[in-house]
Design a protein around this ligand. Structure first.
Ligand code: HEC
Length: 146
């Protein structure tokens, strides 16, 4: 059977479109979006989340895709920092974390009521990162690093 030029173009276009669809399908199948961060919810963490929202932490920070980038992203912060570090930091933060200079300063939350500060710390501690095997990562030991 002999095809005319126009027919050939249609056949080639159909093959190209089918190949692209297959490729996209294969990529989606092979690479599901990685879930790298989790929130280990608990009653105290829920109270902490309320404090977090009320204090407007997302006006400077990003978490689970919400917020802004005036400060570091807080996804997985509970796997990077232990609870005592977080509590101390919220009371008296200092600039110079990470490799970047931030235009805004992290405010001190030393006026928060003790119970609210503890709940906030538990909330931050419940924001964890997953390792390559999907296991929840523990923060470094209290006396390690800064
Ligand atoms: C005015 C902006 C601003 C607000 C509001 C703010 N932060 Fe920050 N925060 C920063 C900046 C900037 C840094 C980084 C400081 C630096 O290293 O220079 C930071 C750092 C942090 C860190 C350390 C992150 C890390 O990777 O170690 C934590 C935790 C944190 N903030 C939690 C909070 C919480 C919780 C709230 C709300 C109660 C809050 N921040 C509100 C600006 C802000």
């Amino acid at each position: 059977m002999k095809l005319r030029t126009a027919e050939k173009v249609v056949v080639i276009a159909a093959v190209v479109i089918a190949a692209c669809a297959l490729l996209v399908g294969a990529l989606i199948y092979l690479k599901p979006p990685p879930v790298r961060f989790v929130y280990r919810e608990s009653p105290s963490a829920r109270i902490g989340e309320m404090v977090f929202r009320r204090e407007g932490c997302l006006s400077c920070h990003e978490l689970f895709g919400n917020g802004t980038s005036f400060g570091p992203v807080l996804d997985g912060v509970g796997s990077r920092r232990d609870l005592s570090w977080l509590k101390e930091y919220l009371r008296s933060p200092r600039p110079g974390l990470g490799g970047r200079a931030y235009r805004l300063r992290m405010p001190a939350y030393d006026k928060l009521e003790e119970g609210e500060l503890d709940a906030l710390v538990i909330y931050l501690g419940a924001l964890r990162e997953l390792d390559a095997g999907g296991h929840i990562m523990e923060p470094p030991r209290p006396n390690a690093g800064d």
